[in-house]
Design a protein around this ligand. Structure first.
Ligand code: C5P
Length: 237
């Protein structure tokens, strides 16, 4: 499990609610309604670019935060960006594994210098890319191979885990061991709309396969009663 100095999400609740908006008031309302039923919330590039660190702090209060900014730059710049999150106090940050080993090591090292060490989680292959897209940027035309190779490199570089699709959980768990965190989007409770997510899985199945955290957006945020939707997902696990 997490070390004592590591920031963490609410105990025993693996649900991270993705708040995908630029609207501070809307984000605040959502956080207020779901904060007792989820382990953490996720704010990403959209919200951060519009509202900055002050905007982030104004909505999070004491709920654990996954700051999903997917850093990708030279090692020195990424390390600086990780250190620059000190005033935000996120328990989890993302970087792109395709930035390479030195970049990942620099990010992992920088995280240790923060007052509360966040987990550094690697993005492997974006789920919006398929084999043709990979080939067009000069990579292996095999998404699974590429994701698994990048996860291995993330582990070797000292990252705490990776973001992965529900269908990669079993392979990556076997490959990277039990302590490597698997953060999994593309989750849909039984009977809910899949939206633009193509390869979905239920929360229960994903946890059974070995997911540590479930990133769930619209099934909670677009429900009539977001708190109730989150509670139902939690009790289904
Ligand atoms: O609304 P939904 O449950 O599809 O939201 C999932 C969240 O996870 C969104 O914030 C989305 O950007 C994020 N995500 C994803 N697939 C990835 C990485 C992140 O859906 N591979």
């Amino acid at each position: 499990m997490m070390t004592k100095s590591t920031n963490s999400s609410n105990a025993n609740n693996p649900i991270i609610c993705a708040i995908d908006t630029t609207d501070v008031a809307k984000a605040k309302n959502l956080v207020q309604s779901v904060k007792g039923s989820v382990g953490a919330i996720k704010l990403g590039l959209e919200f951060f670019t519009a509202n900055g660190a002050d905007g982030v702090n104004s909505v999070t209060g004491d709920i654990p935060l996954f700051l999903d900014l997917k850093f990708h730059d030279i090692p020195n710049t990424v390390a600086g960006a990780v250190r620059a999150t000190a005033g935000i106090n996120a328990f989890m940050l993302t970087i792109h594994t395709s930035g390479g080993k030195a970049m990942m090591q620099a990010a992992a090292e920088a995280a240790k210098s923060l007052p509360k060490k966040p987990m550094i989680i690697g993005v492997t292959v974006l789920t919006s890319l398929d084999g043709f897209d990979l080939e067009s940027i000069g990579m292996q035309n095999d998404v699974k191979y590429q994701a698994s190779k990048l996860a291995e490199l993330a582990l070797d570089s000292g990252l705490d885990g990776v973001v992965c699709s529900p269908h990669e959980i079993e392979t990556l768990r076997q490959q990277c061991g039990k302590d490597f965190k698997l953060v999994v989007p593309g989750i849909r409770p039984e009977g809910s709309a899949s939206g633009d997510q193509k390869r979905v899985m239920t929360p229960k199945e994903a946890i059974e396969k070995g997911a540590d955290y479930l990133v769930i957006g619209r099934p909670i945020t677009e429900a009539k009663d977001p708190a109730q939707a989150a509670k139902e997902i939690l009790s289904s696990l």
